[in-house]
Design a protein. Structure first.
Lengths: 167, 167, 167
């Protein structure tokens, strides 16, 4: 079943294509919207009023706070030394590796096509589309590139945009 | 339903896995092929004789002309300042943001894994696999990288390849 | 049907979401695990004891040896000059282009979000998340970036990690 019974869906969660997602053991906050072809794993926690767009993958160890925008085709990482088997050639089980956590703080936005290593992404920050984020992102920072680097502060951009409109 | 009634499918459109796509309100031209795990949104327009490969996302505001190749896992962007909620903490609706358009001209090819910001991609151009395209691409240009930069003119490459074969 | 009859599944292959994959004409080795939203094409060969994570695309011409880890949202390329139609404007068929092969050797790991051009990836090598691999990767090499470049030898990292733990 694409959404298992262990998943806790908040009030008013909206999934336009519930047959085309794979969500198991996750916690999803109120009024969050989740697109098609999304996988959210056991132990992932998504806040309220988030948008999780199509094709995105959110594994165990990822905590997304309220009012966060996660674009299309965003991939989170929770294992920085992934292997299929151990030195004896035995397939690794669910607990045979070290979980690394990621937190995306309130009102942050992650652009489509981004890859997010285990980091903290600050409140109101913006990760540019197609970026690979390898280090923590400060509150309100705009970052972009591979690896993602600081571009500017989003609060300055908004002031500049408002000023331009007025003149 | 994975393909809604508002979608206009041209003659001879081929979808090998119609149960595994999410297409709504889009216009698809004659004889175009569309792979699995593809999402095409309301207002997107795809020309005739295109190949849209698996895992690709095409939102509103994207116009793809005839005979275009879109690789696997290509992500188009139509919102360069994405947010989940407004300043009052209310989830944004369908019209609370600025749509930015993308046009992919005739016979262009976009490599798999590319991310395309709102730009124009010229006729016969080639976007390398895994690129992040942040600026317009000239007709017949080959671009690659993050951000994508001009590599060469595809017409010169074809002449070089033909010459090599003859000698 | 998401897994066609021409596919040869080894003993103990595990697909937690068989309704949400698209696998046709492929060969899958014993005890390999395959996630949701994965497409594996005719002619692709996957070894035993591999992990193929969600959203990954494996086309014809890709050979994956035993005990390989393929992360989420990994895209392999088998056509470096993709086009939709020929010069006469006719849609290309299955054999109208040059297949380029990729081999991923035993115990290699490919990070999530990576794009792999037609290359050989060496035994025990590690491709960093979000990388675009354009050249062969040596045995036990760690590579990362777009284009991916050599970072270090994974055997040295493991010795360093072991030493740190002991002191």
């Amino acid at each position: 079943m694409p959404i298992d019974e262990a998943t806790k869906l908040g009030r008013g969660v909206w999934l336009p294509q519930p047959e085309l997602v794979n969500i198991y053991g996750a916690i999803i906050g109120d009024e969050t919207r989740i697109g098609a072809f999304v996988e959210i794993q056991r132990g992932a926690r998504i806040g309220a009023l988030c948008k999780i767009q199509s094709h995105t993958f959110i594994p165990e160890g990822v905590i997304i706070e309220d009012e966060v925008f996660i674009g299309h085709n965003v991939t989170f990482i929770n294992d920085i030394w992934p292997v299929a088997t151990n030195e004896q050639g035995i397939l690794l089980g669910a607990h045979d590796w070290e979980l690394r956590e990621t937190r995306v703080k309130r009102k942050a936005s992650i652009g489509s096509g981004a890859t997010i290593l285990p980091v903290t992404i600050g409140q109101g920050a913006l990760v540019g589309a197609g970026s690979v984020v390898t280090r923590d992102v400060a509150d309100y920072a705009i970052v972009a590139g591979n690896p993602a680097r600081f571009i500017s502060d989003i609060r300055e951009r908004r002031i500049a945009a408002a000023t331009t409109r007025e003149t």
